[in-house]
Design a protein around this ligand. Structure first.
Ligand SMILES: CO[C@@H]1O[C@H](CNc2nc3cc4c(=O)[nH]c(N)nc4cc3[nH]2)[C@@H](O)[C@H]1O
Length: 373
């Protein structure tokens, strides 16, 4: 019995949206699902109980970061990530592929793997598909991601083609090295912004028969319509009975557009990261709480939100905390932003089940306005 299985519950008759259940060793979770990011084994400023209370089922942590600090061997000795961070629900670890390409300066890529310098102390390290698998098996998440190359944006056709072919060879090496029975290994499709390469990458990975598929190489600075176009050509190549995970996405409008194209799983640092920069997602668009216009605004952050923050505090108070650099504001905005995205996914799923997803999406976006970040 594979450790992670996707169960399709309902398909939308007019779009590719679908509702399902992702069964994992640490619980079964309704999809579409938004996964809060906890890069260094914590969803920043939140206790695990608060994250769970907001409705999160699966959270992310990161191979690159935890390998560098505190070390994956230490986490294994602590009993694995679930125990180490006191989170008994779903965990997914990214493979380090993206981080090494985006965070680690002075990297060198070869067929064998990637040499990079730590962003913490500048020490030199070498990641291979096998090493990424060993680290993720030590960390013990329910879902591990294949070690891939995420090409920079934009990437020439030739570069993207060579890159996806190496990513497929690395995916095979990951499968050979991944021996942990209670952990699923998802492949990651690439192909840059080239439709034919996107189809090719998906087909090559489907031939390797993974239990689920990440859609990589997106949300890397490309215009949103281009990201949606790449989803339009990738998703139809992926099996209906497997989960599709759009990596690094996203803001409310991207979540709706991704669901409409058949995506089941999402993760993004935005809700937690922008909270620390004083930005809140609201039903009427973004509120940048530090702006002077909110100094004497005694209304709640979002008139249509019932989260703890919106029930108890005014915009004026949140702005005061932000200007005073009071730590509480980071927590209050994180609670709100996570609630907005987790609540949005619950509403989306209900709309799919009731055959009104198209109407729900239009109504939400009309009120929210199109994002430009
Ligand atoms: C919209 O937020 C901004 O954009 C980033 C998220 N975008 C993103 N694209 C990704 C692609 C990959 C990939 O191809 N492979 C692997 N293994 N992991 C990935 C992780 C990814 N995350 C945030 O860091 C933030 O800066």
């Amino acid at each position: 019995m594979p450790p992670v299985q996707y169960e399709l519950i309902k398909e939308c008759p007019r779009t590719k949206a679908r509702a399902g259940i992702l069964h994992t060793p640490h619980g079964s979770f309704e999809t579409p699902i938004f996964m809060p990011v906890g890069t260094q084994a914590t969803v920043k400023t939140m206790t695990p109980e608060e994250v769970r209370e907001l409705g999160a089922g699966i959270i992310l942590s990161n191979t690159y970061h935890l390998y560098l600090r505190p070390g994956s061997e230490l986490v294994r000795q602590a009993g694995g990530l679930h125990r180490f961070m006191n989170w008994p629900h779903g965990i997914l670890t990214d493979s380090g592929g993206y981080q090494v390409f985006s965070l680690g300066p002075l990297r060198k890529i070869t067929e064998e793997g990637v040499q990079f310098k730590s962003h913490i102390d500048g020490s030199t390290h070498f990641f291979t598909p096998e090493k990424s698998m060993q680290i993720q098996m030590d960390l013990g998440a329910d879902i591990a991601m294949a070690f891939d190359e995420c090409p920079p944006y934009p990437a020439e056709f030739e570069y993207a083609k060579r890159s996806l072919e190496m990513t497929t060879r690395w995916a095979k090496r990951c499968q050979a090295a991944h021996t942990r029975e209670d952990q699923a290994l998802f492949g990651i499709t690439q192909g840059g912004m080239h439709a034919d390469l996107r189809r090719e990458s998906a087909r090559q990975l489907v031939d390797l028969d993974f239990p689920g598929y990440g859609i990589g190489g997106l949300s890397v600075g490309e215009p949103k319509p281009l990201m949606y176009e790449m989803l339009d050509v990738t998703v139809p190549e992926l099996p209906k009975n497997k989960a599709r995970y759009l990596m690094g996405v996203g803001s409310p409008d991207c979540l709706l557009e991704g669901v409409a194209r058949g995506v089941d799983m999402f993760d993004c640092v935005l809700p937690t990261r922008v909270a620390r920069n004083g930005l809140a997602f609201t039903t009427h668009g973004k509120v940048v709480i530090r702006n002077a216009e909110y100094a004497r605004d005694f209304e709640r952050l979002d008139p249509e939100c019932d989260c703890y923050t919106c029930r108890n505090y005014s915009r004026a108070y949140l702005r005061h905390l932000y200007k005073a650099e009071e730590i509480l504001v980071y927590r209050l905005l994180t609670i709100h932003n996570l609630h907005v995205l987790l609540n949005l996914m619950r509403n989306i799923r209900q709309a799919i089940l009731e055959d009104r997803f198209v109407e729900y999406k239009k109504a939400f976006l009309d009120k929210y306005g199109q994002e430009n970040h």
